[in-house]
Design a protein around this ligand. Structure first.
Ligand SMILES: C[S@@+](CC[C@H](N)C(=O)[O-])C[C@H]1O[C@@H](n2cnc3c(N)ncnc32)[C@H](O)[C@@H]1O
Length: 352
């Protein structure tokens, strides 16, 4: 397909993925009404200038996503890698689940977890219904609905935001360019249902990929989706990002996407220190998470609404946390950060 047509197809698909959300003021107000009906903590309608700014930032993200594919950082085919049929099947389930979410929110019940869960096996902060979602992260039902929910929340930009880790990660791996690509080991911490591993596989077809998560249900879902990909299946390991079951220095790159805001401050630091331990000297850590108050003060109303609608117990603390300071304290150097739409990307190197 000629390049301009492919680009048009990509933009059209992105618009199609905007099932509901920030693209239109009315839709965003309706979505907030649906997620937080009467009796829930009140949300503020987003002012027009914030919505306009968000819309422009989203367009810049989509443009950059296209450009970085064109530059060869990842294949253009990755831009079209959305499991449409699967999502269509799961879409009704998501809406059928909504009344349960409302009830938990109204009753302020954030410990409504499956009875079979062995609470000894998890840190206390994890045993909650993050986002008020049914079963927290601890069931196949939750894992089946997670990706679609995130896509709707982010107006179809979740994967474009995840892909922003790929450029700094590949740049960091240049330090090992003299080695065979198949010898490089890359770890994705809190890999969830494997969407980030899919992006990593596209950008690094030969590398050895490992995904770690606390939820065996999410890892099962990741296994189902990743086994459809050509090439070697990433290794999936159940574990806590604060103390991971790997030897010192055995990875050349570590990524972690959308986890920091769900951790208490101490666990955030532990995770960054663990990543430092696991990296070979010269290796790169790339983190992606929500933008924060310091770099994106104009989005404060959107951030406030997010924590009012969803159960995100550590988000307020995260918003004013200095990740740069934490990286520095852990021993990293060459620390840099940049924001894309609602996501901030940090990259840092373990001294060689
Ligand atoms: C918001 S999701 C992000 C998942 C994935 N990275 C993505 O981009 O969709 C957070 C994930 O972190 C996992 N998680 C939470 N605390 C963890 C911890 N201490 N160690 C490992 N995984 C954790 C959860 O099970 C969940 O899969």
């Amino acid at each position: 397909m000629p390049e301009t047509l492919t680009k048009l197809a990509y933009r059209t698909m992105q618009q199609g993925k905007s099932l509901m959300g920030l693209a239109h003021k009315e839709a965003s107000t309706r979505l907030m009404g649906l997620l937080a009906p009467d009796g829930s903590p009140k949300t503020e309608p987003l002012p027009d200038e914030v919505l306009d700014d968000l819309r422009r930032a989203m367009e810049r993200l989509i443009e950059l996503d296209w450009q970085e594919a064109e530059q060869g950082i990842y294949p253009t085919s990755l831009l079209f890698d959305a499991p449409w049929l699967d999502w269509a099947r799961r879409y009704p389930l998501l809406w059928l689940d909504l009344p349960l979410t409302w009830r938990r929110r109204q009753e302020r019940n954030v410990r409504d977890l499956p009875s079979h869960v062995n609470s000894e096996a998890y840190p206390a902060y994890y045993l909650q219904n993050f986002h008020h979602q049914t079963d927290g992260y601890l069931s196949d039902h939750s894992a089946a609905l997670y990706d679609l929910g995130v896509e709707i929340l982010f107006n179809g930009t979740a994967d474009p935001m995840r892909r922003r880790i790929l450029k700094p990660l590949r740049r960091g791996l240049n330090a090992f360019a003299h080695r065979p690509a198949s010898s490089l080991r890359v770890l994705d911490v809190a890999t969830g249902t494997g969407r980030t591993l899919r992006q990593l596989r596209g950008a690094l077809p030969q590398a050895q990929l490992v995904g770690l998560d606390l939820s065996s249900a999410y890892l099962r879902q990741a296994n189902r989706w990743l086994s459809q990909l050509p090439g070697e299946l990433p290794q999936l390991v159940q574990g806590n990002g604060e103390a991971m079951p790997f030897a010192d220095g055995c990875f050349q790159a570590v990524s972690c996407v959308f986890l920091l805001h769900e951790l208490p401050a101490e666990a955030r630091q532990n995770l960054i220190q663990e990543a430092f331990r696991l990296l070979e000297p010269g290796g790169v850590l790339v983190l992606a998470d929500s933008v924060q108050l310091q770099d994106s003060p104009q989005y404060r109303p959107a951030m406030d609404n997010f924590r009012r609608i969803f159960h995100e117990p550590y988000y307020r603390d995260y918003l004013s946390d200095s990740i740069e300071t934490r990286l520095d304290q852990a021993g990293f150097e060459a620390i840099s950060a940049v924001s894309h739409f609602m996501t901030r990307i940090w990259s840092a190197r373990k001294p060689a």
